[in-house]
Design a protein around this ligand. Structure first.
Ligand code: NCD
Ligand code: ZN
Ligand code: ZN
Length: 430
């Protein structure tokens, strides 16, 4: 039997510190507890105890681009960031559009053993947007795929999207849409606005996102299906989501840490580390996204962790790949933008980083309450200590972080997956 005693932690940052006993992967006691024989002890020092984080949107690049991230290195980055489960997007090479690939990803994740890696299945064969992939086979495979997405690309054809939503209902899975009307973003390099105009970049208009989100909310409503909107980036999308939720559409949405913190003012540096899809928007968009997350109009935070090789980032803006790292900085950005601003308390952080993403991704053993009898997927956070971001120190192979050199609040001091300590004091546990 493996036994861990977390001494003096504050669940959800509330009340006096308590001890939490974990035996064989389950929380068995909470209170004032004597150290059992042979227990591993974590001195929590009054820090905040939260359910382990769940990331609905991660790019792990295996198979295909193992020079930038593997399932093992991405799992390490996730665990160090406080995650116990991640959803790995399907835009690998080969694409995760069949049971062989998704089962391979699932098994590699279990072998790495640091977080549960749930493969996302592609909606269309090869992400080509032409014909539906074998969604049912993937849903019933060993990996039990629960989320389907062509992320990186939009399922732009409305008939195909309608069919995907109809199938998803029968299977109890969710379609996650990368909302980008491709006809409106041909050649786009940055948010269509003053900054892009000044720098001469082709614009990515807010309407390219909003028109797809509005369309898909209507399609989901008519199919009585669940829709998940990836990386919401505009104020207008928040308005559409609010409208759709009010009329009973089963839609959920995520926002990335970078869209909560960064804006297109960053473009003035010409540094492609800031290039991402959807692009960094304006300050008033970021402000609206924070409010929408606090209100529950946007359900959760997802990283869109997107590792890229130096040669794909350290080049001229127009040829650089879009995407930025996120797993090891997400919690800190949420503390900076949502907790320090008073928009969320720690219960709220648990909701947007763990509980809602677990519900949306259909995970029954993550995002659970910190109570006796519940699975011990847990994250311990030192809320006040600040640290300096250094991309090369991350567990990821790639180092494309937009936060390089920044001082950020909030340190993950330990993560437990089913009662096993996966990280401690910023290191993978032996
Ligand atoms: C992602 C990637 O690199 O795979 N890039 C990005 O800018 N977000 C794809 C995506 O999420 O659309
Ligand atoms: Zn995307
Ligand atoms: Zn993505």
């Amino acid at each position: 039997m493996t036994t861990v005693l977390i001494q003096g932690a504050r669940p959800y940052g509330e009340g006096d510190p308590v001890d939490v006993l974990v035996e064989d992967g389950v929380i068995t006691d909470i209170g004032s507890i004597d150290v059992p024989d042979e227990a591993e002890v974590i001195e929590a020092g009054g820090h905040v105890l939260l359910p382990g984080f769940v990331d609905l949107h991660t790019h792990l690049r295996e198979p295909g681009r193992e020079d930038t991230e593997t399932i093992a290195t991405g799992s390490a980055a996730a665990a160090l960031g406080g995650y116990t489960a991640v959803f790995a997007m399907a835009n690998t090479d080969p694409v995760a559009d069949n049971a062989v690939i998704v089962d391979h990803v699932w098994r590699r994740g279990q072998e790495a053993g640091l977080v549960d890696v749930h493969p996302v299945g592609a909606v269309t064969v090869g992400l080509k947007g032409e014909k539906l992939a074998e969604i049912g086979t993937m849903a019933k495979s060993e990996a039990r795929v629960k989320v389907f997405s062509d992320d990186g690309l939009c399922v732009a054809d409305p008939l195909l999207m309608r069919r995907a939503l109809e199938y998803s209902t029968a299977l109890g899975v969710v379609i996650a849409q990368h909302a980008e009307e491709p006809r409106l973003t041909a050649g786009a390099q940055a948010h269509e606005g003053e900054q892009a105009a000044r720098l001469g970049y082709t614009g990515w208009p807010a309407s390219a996102e909003e028109s797809i989100v509005a369309r898909d909310c209507l399609l989901a409503q008519h199919a009585n299906a669940r829709l998940h909107v990836c990386h919401v980036s505009t104020s207008g999308t928040a308005d559409i989501l609010k409208w759709a939720k009010e009329r009973g559409t089963k839609v959920s949405a995520e926002v990335t840490p970078h869209h909560l913190l960064l804006t297109d003012e960053r473009l003035a540096t010409y540094d492609p580390v800031n290039k991402v899809n959807p692009p960094l928007r304006t300050g008033s968009d970021a402000e609206k996204l924070r409010a929408a997350l606090a209100e529950g109009v946007i359900d959760c935070v997802a990283t869109d962790h997107a590792p890229h090789a130096v040669q794909d980032k350290d080049c001229e803006w127009n040829s650089a790949r879009p995407g930025m790292l996120g797993l090891q900085t997400a919690l800190s950005i949420v503390v900076e933008t949502m907790v320090r601003t008073g928009l969320l308390d720690w219960r709220g952080v648990a909701r947007v980083m763990s509980e809602r993403p677990a519900e949306i991704g259909n995970l029954s053993d993550h995002g659970r309450p910190i109570e006796v009898g519940e699975p011990a997927n847990l994250t311990l956070v030192d809320p006040d200590t600040e640290w300096t971001v250094r991309g090369v120190e991350f567990a990821s192979i790639a180092a494309n972080t937009p936060y390089e050199g920044m001082r950020l609040p909030g340190v993950v001091t330990a993560t437990l997956l089913r009662g096993r300590i996966t990280t401690r004091e910023g290191k993978i546990a032996p």
